[in-house]
Design a protein around this ligand. Structure first.
Ligand SMILES: *Cc1c(COP(=O)(O)O)cnc(C)c1O
Length: 374
């Protein structure tokens, strides 16, 4: 039986990539904001519908530097969600801020905007929400809260490449948004990331921060990092961008097939579709109600392995329960996130996943539920 893995990186035809990188053997310009880098940044601004976009080595460095670039007082509080990848929380902590965890919404797993205001103190400086699975946060409500309390908003939009709300690019909300172009994401540059922003002063700061804080040949104005995207990664991005619409459409077909099969199985909750939002079908999370379905999430995860189907407990554990943060946070302050993290499973999803494989996965899920119930 062939194995079905949870994801598979998108790659352009090899000849197309070769053609794209050929010129590098003439220019010998391999990194430091070269021609491919500039072309990709422009193309992405257009594709994503954002004002300004800066490229980085990866999404995490982009987020970490965006938080540094806002120049907020250290030691202060940042309200965020624990239902995310390690990166979001680490970026806050590594900048010397104290994460304050807000619980999540039951319907789309994003930060529960109705619970943010109760967490704001005189120490709060920013909100870092996550468009988790590509689901759009309550961007308007979050902005109103931020405006009322003079807080910055930096979105972790790592999952949300190409998502639009009423035609508006997801990266245009808040003070800044981070995208990840990691190999496993909807759009990849092998490793890579970006920050979208509006403020020209922040743009200038971030351009320096990603290049050691260097202002010019003789002046270093920030304690910066090195987070420049190289030309080979940018070239991969230029190629993948030509195919991304087709890839997203194919992902959409996979998702429709899943929905058609799974909607009828009791005890399996599906990710809600959001009105007015153009989705990118980044992930396909299902939520298992053990008593209705017949098996727990963990039991289903293990049983699927026996069918050669590899899923992911994404996100489990939640970040406020990580071993590296032991004793620092109380997971019971985010009971919904805690509960959902034990019930959620993301199923295999990538553009070239054959629909027959989706049928096989769904048949296996059905069979496992029936077997456990009887
Ligand atoms: C992938 C991811 C990141 C980090 O992005 P990298 O490009 O891998 O550094 C951050 N946040 C979330 C939610 C992610 O899924």
């Amino acid at each position: 039986m062939d194995k079905i893995l949870v994801t598979r990186s998108s790659m352009p035809p090899m000849e197309e990539y070769m053609e794209e990188i050929k010129g590098l053997w003439d220019s010998h310009w391999l990194t430091n904001m070269g021609e491919k880098h500039q072309k990709l940044a422009k193309a992405l601004e257009e594709y994503l519908g954002v004002e300004k976009l800066l490229l980085f080595t990866n999404g995490h460095n982009a987020l970490e530097l965006a938080l540094q670039g806002l120049d907020l007082p250290k030691g202060r509080e940042v309200i965020t969600t624990p239902f995310t990848f390690a990166s979001t929380t680490h970026a806050i902590v590594r900048n010397g801020f104290k994460p304050v965890f807000c619980d999540i919404r039951e319907d789309n797993y994003t930060i529960d905007e109705r619970k943010i205001e109760a967490l704001i103190t005189d120490q709060t400086v920013a909100i870092v929400p996550v468009h988790v699975y590509g689901n759009l946060c309550a961007v308007e409500e979050i902005q109103k809260i931020a405006d009322r309390h003079h807080l910055k908003v930096i979105y972790d939009a790592a999952h949300a490449f190409g998502v639009r709300k009423d035609g508006k690019g997801v990266g245009s909300f808040g003070d800044a948004s981070m995208f990840s172009f990691h190999a496993t994401k909807v759009f990849n540059t092998v490793e890579g990331g970006a920050i979208c922003l509006h403020d020209p002063a922040l743009e200038l700061t971030l351009e320096r921060l990603k290049n050691f804080g260097i202002r010019n040949e003789e002046e270093v104005s920030f304690v910066g990092s090195n987070a420049k995207m190289n030309e080979f990664c940018a070239a991969m991005g230029l190629c993948n961008l030509r195919h991304v619409d087709e890839e997203i459409a194919k992902r959409g077909q996979v998702v429709s097939r899943y929905r058609a099969h799974l909607a009828e199985i009791s005890g399996i909750g599906l990710n809600a579709e959001q009105e007015g939002v153009k989705p990118n079908y980044a992930y396909f999370p299902i939520r298992i109600n053990a008593s209705q379905f017949g098996a727990s999430r963990d039991a289903l995860y293990e049983a699927l392995k026996e069918y050669g189907i590899f899923t992911r407990k994404y996100f489990y554990p939640i970040t406020n329960s990580f071993a590296c943060y032991e004793g620092r946070f109380d997971v019971h302050e985010t009971p919904k996130a805690l509960q959902i993290s034990t019930e959620i499973l993301t199923l295999p999803l990538y553009a070239d996943l054959p629909l027959e494989d989706v049928d096989r996965i769904c048949a296996a899920i059905k069979e496992i539920g029936q077997r456990k119930r009887s």
